[in-house]
Design a protein around this ligand. Structure first.
Ligand SMILES: *[C@@H]1O[C@H](CO)[C@@H](O)[C@H](O)[C@H]1NC(C)=O
Ligand SMILES: *[C@@H]1O[C@H](CO)[C@@H](O)[C@H](O)[C@H]1NC(C)=O
Ligand SMILES: *[C@@H]1O[C@H](CO)[C@@H](O)[C@H](O)[C@H]1NC(C)=O
Length: 371
């Protein structure tokens, strides 16, 4: 048992590559993404190299950019003025202390003018400030602000506000989970992810779609990746599967998620509490990784993006690692070669480290395949 565990620990499977489709969904979604953030899962280059979760944060736009406040009412002027200055110092002059001052002034002005604290615009100022704090590593400050917004959003005043505020609450919860991860407060991260997923799925079950499908998929995959990272495959796998179910017709993101499932199953560790044996799990992981490659190849040309090629590269190296675990050296070498060929077609993934380690373990020289 122990030796198996050590063996596994030293060869964790690659996290799948980042999903371009997911990453950019705010940019091409017309849906209202006002309410904060969604996080996206990891990129293989980054993640495999650093071992740390790489989280993509949505841009908050179109939060209180210039002009979003109704133009005419005089009482908004003070808010707008401070907001513009805050944005200027945060984004152009890169003078963060001054930006923070102006955000606080804008918040004060909004309060003085009795603006609805739950309006997207008002909450947006707080969110902007929280994100600035987060980017400066001042997680405590960011967390305090977001927690108070979350508490507000979880108590909708009226039924007609309910969906809008609950959607905001879900996004805030995911942002808070991310901050909790930065603070290594996994209990809080768990709670926020559980609440966000539970709320999303509950609404979906009643046919009330809080977030656009693309964002829902991204959110589920992010939570799943978090549970996988924190060694809870039993929580991760069903979430990946749910995310996979939501994609129709299947595309590169589906391939990516299949590879995530392979990595989850294979990395589950020997003490996972289900009845399958270690070897059975590797076989099952293998078939998921193979399915991922098949899916990536089947995506119609016009829908193909980098994610498909990245998935082929990472799924192949995962297959090489699985073959090695199953003591099939020849298969491992074949998969290793395939992984390298695919990796060359991607400009933004780096599997060199994994390749090198595997080659050493297999005592396999790659001179022949160079170039
Ligand atoms: C895959 O499909 C889902 C929903 O069906 C969509 O939201 C997503 O953008 C697509 N991804 C890619 C990479 O095309
Ligand atoms: C993926 O790889 C193929 C070669 O198999 C290449 O022609 C294509 O440009 C790559 N796709 C992207 C989006 O980079
Ligand atoms: C690795 O391979 C080389 C030649 O290919 C061989 O001489 C050497 O003994 C091998 N080492 C191990 C540890 O198997």
């Amino acid at each position: 048992m122990t030796s198996v565990r050590l063996r596994l620990a030293s060869r964790r499977l690659l996290r799948p590559p980042d999903v371009r489709g997911l990453r950019t969904f705010s940019a091409n979604s017309k849906a209202r993404l006002h309410g904060a953030t969604a996080v996206i899962l990891a990129g293989v280059g980054l993640a495999a190299a650093s071992g740390a979760a790489y989280i993509y944060w949505h841009k908050l736009s179109p939060y209180p950019e210039e002009g979003i406040f109704p133009a005419s009412p005089v009482k908004l002027n003070a808010v707008s003025k401070h907001l513009r200055l805050a944005l200027y110092y945060a984004e152009h002059a890169v003078d963060y202390p001054r930006a923070i001052c102006h955000y606080n002034d804008a918040i004060q002005a909004a309060h003085d003018h009795n603006l609805d604290p739950r309006a997207d615009t008002t909450a947006g100022i707080h969110i902007k400030l929280a994100f600035l704090y987060k980017s400066l590593g001042r997680y405590g400050n960011a967390r305090t602000i977001l927690e108070s917004l979350l508490a507000d959003a979880q108590r909708p005043a009226s039924a007609q506000d309910s969906n809008r505020l609950t959607a905001r609450a879900v996004r805030l919860a995911v942002s808070l989970a991310d901050i909790a991860m930065c603070l290594k407060d996994y209990k809080a991260a768990d709670d926020h992810f559980h609440w966000a997923i539970h709320t999303l799925l509950l609404h979906r079950a009643q046919n009330r779609h809080l977030l656009p499908t693309e964002e829902t998929i991204a959110l589920m995959a992010t939570a799943a990746e978090y549970f996988r990272e924190t060694n809870r495959p039993i929580l991760a796998a069903p979430l990946f599967l749910k995310a996979l179910d939501m994609i129709n017709p299947p595309n590169c993101t589906s391939a990516h998620l299949m590879n995530s499932i392979a990595a989850t199953i294979s990395g589950a560790g020997p003490d996972v509490s289900d009845s399958s044996t270690f070897a059975q799990r590797q076989e099952s992981a293998k078939s998921w990784a193979e399915k991922a490659i098949q899916q990536a190849k089947n995506v119609p040309r016009q829908l193909k993006d980098q994610t498909c090629n990245q998935t082929c590269a990472t799924a192949n190296i995962n297959l090489a690692i699985i073959a090695d675990i199953l003591n099939d050296r020849n298969e491992a070498i074949v998969r290793l070669q395939d992984a390298k060929v695919w990796a060359k077609k991607c400009f933004n993934i780096d599997i060199n480290e994994q390749v090198k380690q595997l080659e050493q373990r297999l005592n396999y020289s790659t001179q022949v395949y160079k170039g």
